[in-house]
Design a binder for this molecule. Sequence first.
Ligand code: MRU
Length: 345
Amino acid sequence: MSTFRSIEWKKDKLVLLDQRYLPEKTLYLELKTVDKVAKAIKEMIVRGAPAIGVAAAYGIVLCVQKLSKNDDPIKALEKADDLLRSSRPTAVNLFWALDRMKKIWREFNGSVEDLKAILEKEAIDIEHEDVEINKKIARNGVELVPFGAKIIHHCNTGSLATVDYGTALGVIRYAHEMGKNIHVFLDETRPRLQGARLSAWEMKELGIPHTVIVDGASGLVMRRFKIDLVLVGADRIAANGDTANKIGTYNLAVVAKYHKVPFYIVAPTSTIDLKTPTGQDIPIEERSADEIRRVGNTWVAPQESPVFNPAFDVTPAELISGIITEKGIVYPPFKENLKKLFETT
Ligand code: MRU
């Protein structure tokens, strides 16, 4: 268990660790409405694919809890669902969690009071499952981490991006707990600095040896420090293995290929979207220009300069050595093997 919780359910409110202010301030927000949850996802108070899925599920619970006898529950829930779905488009875990919740109210024909209880139970299940899944992922992935490994990681995939433990950082954490004497190089991850602000903070809290690097340093670092592997998370894995993750992941994969460094995606199966055939079909979120032009209150580019700010990119399957999931490690050919993963379990 980590010393903090990124997300915590307290009967009638959702408590979020506000990730915009870390590591400077540890600030918790209490949310009591679905509107506030949707806003928190959009503004990245809560972020990371699994964490936003869990937050959205609790958003639905907050909506149903507010209903009175005269309200039409289906109408209200469908509206809340639409709102949450419009918050961030790329991470499929958001839609996966909402699909689970929606299936319940669409198939339910009891009282509103019963619906409240059953939706709350489903959200709690999604939350608890996430922790167990991450532990399984870590156990599967650790076999790929040699003793003394030097690893590059992008963005933040730890306890902050999940309910607890993490995906790619979960594998790193488990390797450290096993005494594998690892060292992790953390891409700072422009423009929101999830690597520098969040991953470095988590590694520091856990006592895991780490070094923060700028995103552009990965080539030099691979050449100079003989990196053993790259471990990154995912926001959506298409049926052919193409993977959307934080902007900069694709560059890292290209550099890893050149240096013959194995490049692994680490994600729960809820991030695999067999309905999306290829990376070209994954919607890529574009965020505000000021995220690039400004760091905090300081302008680092002219206010008038046009900006292109995609929050994610797609790494083509051919650059990916394997996908580490809770059900095992999937190797190429991904199209066949990802399909098999869902058929066998
Ligand atoms: O924009 P963010 O910070 O939500 O992006 C997060 C990532 O890209 C993570 O790598 C991904 O969601 C996996 S988190 C376990």
